[in-house]
Write a protein of this length. Structure first.
Length: 768
């Protein structure tokens, strides 16, 4: 997600835990991804009449899950607003996750809590012995220790098991409050309390649609305490202007009376929080050279012994610890403020800190924040790879194969292709061709890996047939090469077959849908900026390859109407009709040719620049100019369907996420159609004096765009032109003849560019 915030971390990287001289706790945290997390599914996300209406306490679930007979050492409870459903109409829910963690290897020095104020030799918490050689079984057993009591005590809800990715939250830290308790105290049942303490605060955030993440880490209590559990409680709130990334942010943060502090409703429990601590007073005194001693909460502070930044107790440290599921005690709370972050918790007080909150959102609160995205949850277990860096659609050059930027034979890609084949075989498809050297399925009669279906080198990943219908399947594992993806869609259009785009999880689906809907990188006053193919620009015979000038930052291809322009910073533009073969153009750029075993680089006039012994050495100094992908259609939605592979269910699930214009007008088809129409016209057309568009033609393109984004119906043909002149110039003639005035497509539909090219089958081509 693009970030509009001006805040940046000091090293322009996600925040990291600061190393201090104050006996930092050992980091045994699992990181920002929670594997085998149990996600609670609330009823009524689609049918509002079945929505949950009562709060479901979890103390019985916790008691069973953390019983000594189970393998659980630590249980994490997380709750936050969810995202709108991906594959169906409906509302977002308040998400609740239960995650098992093994902290049995934590060093004894890290297990500091309020009880240790009276017993400094307290031993570590008991942890179950799990054989290393049986890790998979242990994981399953730990998960079952959560799901079994959840089924027993909360039959109203359903659940999923999968991976919770919190990395979208790691881009910018926000103030994170942590509940603290003073020595010799605990959180008890507080009988007669008028409200559930932490739950009340969460309900306030939910009511105000404020993004947040709340964490409760809970372990079985020690023998030295009569409390059943030891807990750590944190809350991070992603309200507007709520980030802390600079010293000025810190000053504002420490000076502000924060409304959303985890201790707000625990004031009578001998509790406080890092937000409540007199940190500013402490730091002011610490910075005063004339002061050597200060008392806080009755404890003397000898400043010369503590030359580390106490401020981070209110900023980065707890945010990182939340993302990492760290149970760290942080000795500074004890040493400086006589309070503790590992809190003794009685079992009958758990409902004040955790439970299933029956909350639903028409629009996800994460849509209002510019600094972070909603954490994602996936049940897919196909391995992933990070996206390839790109600039204007050009991927990083492979050192071994400079012109090969595909991922077709990578391990994740092969795994996804095999998963798709196995699913198709189970569904009764005949596999006609596979563009992969090896497959795991028994398909040897004939071998589809040796039977290309179409002429030429460009083939779909999988071509299958069922009920006399041929369908192509494209496996997509990342978003690094949009031009290659569009080339696949162009091939499907050229040969007129339906294509199903399959991603390895639903997180990538929106990217594939957006590119098919808008097959260019961006729109500007000069025209749309095109993605670039892996094809290098050469002369017709291929002897000369054109290079990007070393003083040019990028080569940008613009398409305006049917005119194509290459911009090279201060160098002269190269322009032509979009259907002109690119090898016919004259480029004012360096170029190289191979002569003997060397690569000779010259400028546009033929003057020698350099000679390189290998192509790899040349590519260290120059980048090859790449051909643009010139879209032939307004959108590429007619031939495609977007699905994602659910490894757990072995299904190809249809992707469907309602766009904003649909969610805002779910029950009002007229307003929804108008909102969708205005969005489509603004995103796919441009203002142009004396130009016009025939409204029925625009409407047909609109329908294809609309129907691939929602199952909701349009209000009918007549609604498309209704009140059109409120937003755009439109002629006053009868609706059947109306036109959009002074407006045209970003580029001319129906172009036939030179690249990419797909050979037409000759008369002798046959397919068995």
């Amino acid at each position: 997600m693009a970030t509009n915030s001006t805040h940046t971390t000091r090293d322009a990287e996600p925040p990291t835990t600061t190393t201090t001289t104050d006996d930092d706790d050992e980091d045994t945290s699992p990181g920002p991804t929670r594997h085998n997390a149990v996600r609670v599914i609330l009823p009524g996300r689609i049918d509002s009449e079945t929505q949950l209406e009562v709060f479901l306490p979890l103390e019985d679930v916790f008691a069973d899950a953390l019983a000594k007979s189970t393998p659980l050492d630590t249980l994490e409870f997380l709750t936050m607003p969810g995202d709108n459903p991906d594959d169906e109409a409906g509302v977002a829910q308040q998400e609740h996750y239960l995650c098992a963690h093994d902290t049995s290897r934590t060093d004894a020095d890290t297990n500091t809590d309020a009880i240790k104020a009276t017993d400094p030799d307290q031993s570590t918490f008991d942890a179950p012995d799990i054989p290393d050689e049986d890790a998979n079984t242990a994981t399953k057993t730990a998960t079952n220790a959560i799901t079994n009591p959840l089924e027993e005590h909360c039959p109203e809800i359903d659940y999923q098991v999968g991976n919770l990715d919190l990395s979208p939250l790691a881009d910018l830290p926000v103030p994170t409050s942590r509940l603290l308790v003073y020595a010799d105290h605990s959180i008890d049942s507080t009988e007669g309390a008028e409200f559930l303490r932490a739950i009340k605060l969460l309900n306030e955030l939910i009511t105000q649609n404020i993004p947040h993440i709340y964490q409760l880490l809970i372990q079985r209590g020690s023998n030295q305490s009569d409390a059943e559990y030891t807990a750590t409680v944190r809350l991070a709130v992603f309200d507007e202007e709520y980030g802390v990334a600079t010293d000025d942010d810190l000053d504002a943060h420490l000076a502000s009376p924060y409304q959303y502090c985890i201790s707000t409703y625990f004031r009578d429990q001998n509790t406080t929080s890092n937000f409540d601590l007199p940190i500013r007073r402490f730091t002011n005194v610490r910075d005063n050279a004339n002061s050597t001693r200060y008392r806080i909460n009755g404890r003397p502070i000898y400043l010369r012994h503590h030359p580390f930044p106490i401020e981070e107790l209110a900023t980065f440290r707890e945010y990182n610890n939340l993302l990492a599921a760290s149970f760290t005690a942080d000795e500074r709370y004890k040493r400086h403020f006589n309070c503790y972050a590992r809190i003794p918790l009685h079992g009958d007080a758990v409902h004040h800190l955790a439970g299933i909150i029956p909350a639903y959102y028409k629009y996800s609160p994460w849509e209002r924040t510019a600094v972070t995205d909603c954490p994602s949850f996936s049940t897919t277990h196909i391995p992933t790879t990070s996206s390839t860096p790109q600039r204007l659609g050009t991927t990083t050059v492979n050192a071994d194969h400079p012109t090969d930027t595909t991922q077709s034979e990578s391990k994740p890609h092969r795994a996804l292709v095999n998963a798709i084949i196995n699913f198709l075989v189970q569904q009764g498809y005949t596999i006609l061709a596979v563009d992969q050297d090896t497959i795991d399925a028994d398909l040897t009669n004939p071998d589809p890996t040796t039977q290309p279906y179409f002429p030429g080198d460009s083939q779909p990943d999988i071509l299958a047939e069922k009920n006399d219908t041929i369908t192509g399947f494209e496996a997509e594992i990342n978003d690094s090469n949009p031009a290659a993806y569009l080339k696949n869609l162009e091939r499907a259009s050229h040969y007129d077959y339906r294509v199903v785009v399959v991603t390895e999880d639903n997180n990538l689906c929106s990217n594939k849908l957006n590119i098919a809907s808008q097959p260019y990188r961006d729109s500007t006053a000069r025209g749309v900026i095109l993605y670039t193919l892996s094809d290098s620009l050469t002369t017709e015979d291929g002897d000369i390859t054109y290079l990007l000038p070393q003083d040019a930052s990028a080569a940008i291809w613009y398409l305006t109407g049917d005119q194509l322009t290459l911009s090279l910073d201060d160098h002269p533009d190269v322009s032509c009709h979009a259907e002109t073969p690119l090898h016919e153009l004259t480029y004012p750029t360096p170029r190289y040719r191979k002569q003997g075993g060397e690569y000779i680089v010259t400028d546009a006039t033929g003057e020698h620049i350099a000679t390189y012994p290998t192509i790899k050495a040349l590519h260290k100094e120059f980048s090859e100019l790449k051909a643009p992908f010139i879209p032939t259609q307004t959108t590429y939605l007619d031939h495609i369907e977007i699905r994602y592979h659910d490894d757990t269910a072995n299904q190809l699930k249809r992707y469907r996420k309602q766009p904003m214009w649909a969610r805002e007008h779910m029950t009002k088809s007229g307003k929804r159609t108008k909102a969708a129409r205005d969005t489509f016209i603004n995103s796919h057309t441009r203002q142009a004096d004396s130009e016009s568009l025939f409204i029925p033609a625009v409407r047909e393109e609109f329908y294809a765009w609309h129907d691939h984004q929602t199952d909701l119906d349009t209000a009918g043909d007549s609604w498309f032109a209704r009140d059109l002149d409120n937003q755009f110039d439109a002629s006053d003639t009868d609706s059947r003849e109306r036109k959009l005035l002074n407006r045209t497509w970003h580029y001319t539909p129906g172009l036939t560019p030179h690249l990419p090219s797909f050979p037409d089958p000759d008369d002798t081509t046959t397919h068995d």
